[in-house]
Design a protein. Structure first.
Lengths: 113, 306, 255
C-alpha cells in the first residue's frame, strides 16, 4: 500500500509516501530525521496489518513543509510551489540524499517535493 | 423491506436523516454490530444484523465526541426497541474515534471508508473520493475493499466542506442551493485564483462589486474547489470505477466539475446488493465510514473477539 | 531630491516621503475597495503634513502585492527588494530581514543591501497576519490588544489546526472550555511565529536580524519570533513603513 502522509494548501503539495509493502518496520529511518517526523508502530491505516510499519507522526502531518525544509536546502527560492523552481534532475538526485530516504535500504520512502 | 420511519430534519443548512429496516426482527439476529463515525461536522451510526443493514442515523456532530456518539446511537435506534447493550461489537471511526464510549476499538476512517464503499457500491469501485467537513481523502482499494493507496488532506479548509460552508455563508446562499445555482449561469467562468478560502472571500467581494452575478461567483468557487480535489486525486492516481462518499456527494456544483476535469463520471449511487436497490433503501453517501466500521466489527466477532 | 514610496499591501496602503535621507511624512490607510483612490488621498495628506507641494515629488517608487493599482510612477520594486533596501537603510548591518504582512510573509538573506536568498509564505492565510486577525475576531479583542494580552499568558495551550479557518473553530471551542484569553492569544501568536521561523530557518539566520511589516507591531508575535530563532532581533520604528521606504529609495536611485 502506498501511504501518502502530508497535505496540500494554497502554497503547494507536501507529501511523504511510505510504500508499506516494502517497509518491514526496521526503524532505520527514525533517528536520521532531525525533526522526528517518522515513527514506527501499529499501522494507522491498516487495522489488519500485524507487523509494525513506518509512518509520519500525527503531530507532523500538517506541518511537513516546515519540518522538512531544513533538509531541503536544494530547493531554490520559494514563492508558490518550491519544487517547480528546482530542476527535475536536481530534485530527483537530492531527494535520494535526504537522510530519511537514504536510510531506508528498501527504498520505501519518497518525498513529493 | 420497507423504507419506513425515514425522517428528515433541516438543521442549520444540513439535513439530518435516519432509516430503519422494519422487516428485520433484530431479536432473532446472531451477530449485531455497530459502527459509529464521528466527524468534526457530522456523525453517523450504522447498525447491522448478521451483516445486513438494519438501521442508521446521520446527524450534526456536537461539541464533544462522546456526546455525539450517544446522540448518534440513540437517533439510529429510535423506535427499534434495541439499545446499545444489545450490540455484540461496536467500532468507532472518524476524527472523534478514540472518544466513543461504547466502542471496543477505534479504526481509522481511511480503512473504514474503503471497506464501506466496497460494500455499498460493489467490487467494481477501485477509487473512492471522500470529502467531509474538515478533510478530503482519495482512497484506492482492491476488489475486496483492502487499501492499496491513499492520501488525506485535513490541513486546509479550502479543500474541505468547511471551506464551502464559509464561502456560501459569505455570499449569503444556503449550502443546499450552491450546486443548482452554480449551474444557473450563462457561461462557465474561470475559477477564482485564490487557493485560500479567506483570500477567496476578498476576491469574491471584488467580483461582486465588478457586477458579477452571485451564481457566477459560486460557479467560480466550485470550479476552484473541483480543481483542488482533482490535484489530490492525481497524486493517488485513478482506477475506474470511481465512487464518491461523504457530504461532498451532495454538492453537484463541485462534483460535476470534477467529473468534467477527470473526463469520467462517478459511479452511480446504486447498492451492490440488488435487494436493497429494489426496495429503494436510501443510498446515503455519508454512512460509508460507519458501514465499514460495522463490517470490521462483524469480522472481529467472527474471529472470536466478541 | 524628494521621492515618494508607495506600498500597496494586502490590507493597508502605506505612503512615505523621503528627502535626502530624511523621512518627511508617513501615511497609512486601509486599501478598501479602491486602492488607487486611497493612494492619491494618502499622497495628498503626506504632502500637506510635510509642508511641500505634490509637484515637489521628483520620483515615485511602488511596491506591494497591489502595485498594479498604483497611479503612474517611475519605478517598481518587488516586496523582497523593498524590504531589503528599507531595512538596510535603517540598519546597515542587516543580514536577515523578516517581513510579515497581512497576506504573506517573507524571509530574506542579504548583505550590504543585496539580496542573497529568500523564502516566502504566501497563498495561505495561516502564514501571515490574516491568521491573527481571524483569531482576534474570535476572541473579540482588537488587533492591538491581541498582541499585548498574549504577553500576560501563564500557560501553554497548543493549537492543532494549521489553517486559519479551522483554528477559528478550535479557538471558539477553547473559549467554550473556559481557557483564558491570554493563553489562547499566546498560542495563536506562537503558532504563526513557528511557521514564519521555520520559513526563515531555511535560508539560514545571520545577525543582524531585522523584523518589519505590520505584524512586527504585535508584541506577542515578536516574542514568538525571538523564542523561535533564539537570537536577538531588531524591530525598527514604524516597521510597517519599511517597504515603502525601500520603494522611495529605489525611486531615488533611478536615473
Amino acid at each position: 500500500m502506498l501511504a501518502n502522509w502530508g497535505y496540500q494548501d494554497g502554497s503547494g503539495s507536501y507529501f511523504i509516501t511510505i510504500d508499506t509493502d516494502k517497509c518491514n518496520g526496521c526503524r532505520k529511518c527514525v533517528d536520521p530525521c532531525p525533526q522526528g517526523v517518522l515513527e514506527v508502530g501499529e499501522d494507522p491505516a491498516d487495522p489488519l496489518r500485524e507487523e509494525p510499519v513506518a509512518f509520519v507522526s500525527e503531530s507532523k502531518r500538517k506541518k511537513l513543509r516546515f519540518s522538512c525544509s531544513p533538509c531541503k536546502k536544494y530547493l531554490t527560492a520559494e514563492g508558490g510551489s518550491a519544487a517547480s523552481r528546482t530542476s527535475p534532475e536536481i530534485l530527483a538526485r537530492e531527494m535520494r540524499n535526504l537522510p530519511c530516504v537514504a536510510a531506508c535500504d528498501r527504498g520505501a520512502i519518497t518525498h513529493s517535493w | 423491506m420497507a423504507t419506513d420511519q425515514e425522517e428528515k430534519k433541516e438543521l442549520w443548512r444540513w439535513l439530518e436523516s435516519r432509516w430503519t429496516n422494519s422487516d428485520i426482527d433484530w431479536k432473532k439476529g446472531k451477530i449485531i454490530t455497530a459502527g459509529i463515525d464521528i466527524g468534526s461536522v457530522s456523525t453517523q451510526c450504522v447498525v447491522m444484523v448478521d451483516g445486513e443493514l438494519y438501521c442508521y442515523g446521520n446527524l450534526r456532530s456536537g461539541s464533544s465526541s462522546g456526546d455525539s456518539a450517544s446522540r448518534g446511537a440513540n437517533f439510529a435506534l429510535d423506535g427499534t426497541g434495541m439499545t446499545v447493550k444489545d450490540w455484540h461489537y461496536c467500532i468507532g471511526t472518524g476524527y472523534g474515534r478514540v472518544n466513543v464510549p461504547m466502542a471496543k476499538r477505534a479504526i481509522t476512517e481511511i480503512a473504514c471508508h474503503g471497506r464501506g464503499a466496497n460494500w455499498m457500491y460493489g467490487p467494481q469501485v477501485r477509487t473512492i473520493l471522500d470529502m467531509g467537513g474538515q478533510d478530503c481523502k482519495v482512497i484506492r482499494i482492491d476488489e475486496r475493499g483492502k487499501l492499496t493507496n491513499f492520501a488525506m488532506n485535513d490541513k486546509c479548509a479550502a479543500g474541505a466542506g468547511r471551506g464551502m460552508e464559509v464561502f456560501a455563508d459569505f455570499i449569503g446562499i444556503s449550502i443546499n442551493e450552491v450546486g443548482d445555482r452554480s449551474f444557473d449561469i450563462d457561461e462557465e467562468p474561470k475559477p477564482v485564483s485564490s487557493t485560500c478560502v479567506i483570500f477567496a472571500k476578498s476576491e469574491a467581494g471584488g467580483l461582486l462589486r465588478e457586477g458579477w452575478a452571485v451564481n457566477k461567483v459560486l460557479a467560480a468557487y466550485c470550479s476552484a474547489m473541483a480543481h483542488r480535489v482533482w490535484e489530490l486525486m492525481m497524486r493517488v492516481g485513478l482506477e475506474p470505477e470511481v465512487g464518491i462518499t461523504g457530504g461532498i456527494a451532495k454538492n453537484r456544483g463541485v462534483v460535476e466539475r470534477i467529473e468534467k476535469e477527470l473526463g469520467m463520471k462517478f459511479s452511480p449511487k446504486v447498492w451492490h446488493n440488488s435487494e436493497y436497490q429494489k426496495h429503494n433503501i436510501p443510498f446515503d453517501t455519508q454512512i460509508a465510514g460507519a458501514v465499514g466500521a460495522a463490517l470490521f466489527a462483524k469480522a472481529a466477532v467472527e474471529k472470536g473477539k466478541g | 531630491m524628494i521621492s515618494a514610496g508607495i506600498d500597496i499591501g494586502g490590507k493597508d496602503v502605506k505612503v512615505l516621503l523621503l528627502k535626502n535621507g530624511q523621512i518627511l511624512a508617513r501615511e497609512k490607510a486601509s486599501g478598501g475597495f479602491d486602492q488607487t483612490a486611497v493612494v492619491n488621498e494618502l499622497l495628498a495628506m503626506a504632502v500637506k503634513n510635510a509642508g511641500i507641494k505634490k509637484e515637489d515629488i521628483e520620483k515615485t517608487g511602488v511596491t506591494g502585492s497591489g502595485k498594479k493599482y498604483a497611479p503612474p510612477h517611475d519605478e517598481e520594486i518587488t516586496e523582497i527588494g523593498a524590504a531589503v533596501k528599507g531595512a538596510t537603510f535603517l540598519i546597515p548591518s542587516a543580514k536577515t530581514v523578516i517581513d510579515s504582512g497581512a497576506e504573506d510573509s517573507r524571509g530574506v538573506k542579504c548583505e550590504g543591501g543585496v539580496v542573497k536568498d529568500f523564502a516566502t509564505n504566501d497563498k495561505c492565510a495561516a502564514g501571515a497576519g490574516a491568521f491573527t486577525e481571524a483569531m482576534a475576531r474570535a476572541l473579540e479583542v482588537s488587533l492591538e490588544d491581541f498582541g499585548k494580552i498574549a504577553l500576560q499568558s501563564t500557560k501553554t495551550q497548543p493549537i492543532n489546526a494549521q489553517c486559519a479557518v479551522f483554528a477559528e473553530s478550535e479557538v471558539v471551542s477553547l473559549i467554550n472550555s473556559k481557557v483564558a484569553k491570554e493563553d489562547i492569544a499566546k498560542a495563536v501568536n506562537d503558532a504563526l511565529a513557528e511557521r514564519v521561523v521555520a520559513m526563515v530557518k531555511r535560508i539560514g539566520v545571520e545577525k543582524d536580524v531585522v523584523v518589519i511589516g505590520g505584524l512586527a507591531r504585535n508584541p506577542g508575535y515578536i516574542q514568538g519570533i525571538k523564542e523561535g530563532l533564539k537570537t536577538d532581533i531588531v524591530v525598527p520604528d514604524y516597521p510597517e513603513f519599511v517597504a515603502a521606504l525601500g520603494a522611495a529609495l529605489a525611486a531615488r536611485e533611478k536615473r
